[in-house]
Design a protein around this ligand. Structure first.
Ligand code: NAP
Length: 291
């Protein structure tokens, strides 16, 4: 079989770097795109050239903490990416979407992904898959600072609602599999639910065990407190409000998946493994910094 060439956007990010690595392992030529690789995703000409002649593309819309209007920012980036993919005639596209992207309102940052799914659906791409993963375990890395400083883990999510969580290693692995597979046999939407659902209370306990803080407590922040923390961290009000809208949605209607859990949408990496292998080393760095 001829060697495939695949363009990977967000190639230095959590998911994109795994996609690029796994595609290389599968023998593909990989064109990595990100600002770090000097190929700005928001330059249409450069982007079209990067997609030209590619057999497939992995598309993602980068989070933009500085966006005043997150949905509009996604729209701008998404429009450029879609135009470039169409102009280059890329046959197979895997788009990094999210659980809940079928919903037209109330899901904060996921709304931009909903819009992008619709935009790509209209292009007539022969082989198009929207990957809809659950809550990334890597989001928990945002808690290393607060745990190191205050000894508790806190977000705006409810302590006792179980939500599906997935490692980005498993998302990137699946995306690469779909991009490399022959023949193509994927449905338009592929939900990925991680190994099982976890409550934030369980999350805190599991993280605590991994970092030698048995009994680490979880505290639910009010939406106002969560918003203020995001503003203090340099995010715009537009970004913080969108994130709060998503937290509220997850707290009030946690059933974001449209499928029931099955072998097909369950992925292997457990929270316990993530906590020991990924979270612990990030925590050790943060703890060293506050000592
Ligand atoms: N977090 C969750 O729970 C969750 C769940 C479902 C879906 N999602 C979606 O997953 C996506 C985030 O994936 P991720 O965590 O892998 O992302 P990430 O780690 O934040 O990586 C972002 C990537 O985009 C690149 N980038 C940033 N700004 C750019 C720009 N203006 N032009 C070109 N490249 C740019 C970054 O590289 P450089 O900085 O080098 O350019 C990096 O490679 C988002 O669309 C999010 O909505 C997230």
């Amino acid at each position: 079989m001829a060697k495939k060439t695949i363009a990977v956007t967000g190639a230095t990010g959590h998911v994109g770097k795994v996609v690029a690595m796994k595609l290389k392992e599968a023998g593909c030529d990989v064109r990595k795109l990100s600002r770090a690789s000097a190929v700005p995703d928001d330059d249409l000409v450069v982007l079209t050239e990067a997609f030209e002649g590619a057999d497939g593309a992995f598309l993602m819309i980068p989070p933009d903490f500085e966006a005043l209007d997150l949905r509009r920012r996604c729209d701008e980036l998404g429009a450029k990416m879609a135009t470039a993919v169409k102009a280059a005639g890329v046959k197979r596209v895997v788009f990094l979407s999210s659980l809940g992207a079928h919903l037209p309102e109330g899901t904060g940052p996921v709304l931009g992904l909903h819009d992008m799914e619709e935009r790509l659906n209209a292009l007539g791409i022969a082989e198009l898959v929207h990957l809809r993963p659950a809550y990334f375990m890597e989001n928990l890395l945002g808690g290393v600072g607060i745990i190191a400083r205050s000894g508790v883990y806190a977000t705006a999510l409810s302590p006792d609602i179980a939500i599906p969580m997935i490692s980005t290693m498993d998302i990137g692995t699946k995306a690469a599999e779909i991009l490399a597979e022959e023949p193509f046999r994927e449905p338009r939407v592929r939900e990925l639910l991680g190994p099982r659902d976890y409550t934030m209370t369980e999350v805190a306990r599991t993280l605590g065990e991994a970092i030698g803080k048995k009994g680490l407590k979880y505290v639910q922040l009010s939406y106002d407190e969560a918003r203020q923390r995001m503003l203090d961290a340099g995010m715009t009000a537009g970004y913080a409000d969108a994130m709060n809208e998503l937290s509220r949605h997850m707290n009030e209607s946690p059933l974001q998946a449209t499928e029931t859990r099955s072998k097909v949408n369950t992925t292997p990496t457990t929270l316990e493994h993530f906590a020991k292998v990924v979270f612990r080393s990030a925590y050790e760095v943060a703890e060293g910094a506050v000592r």
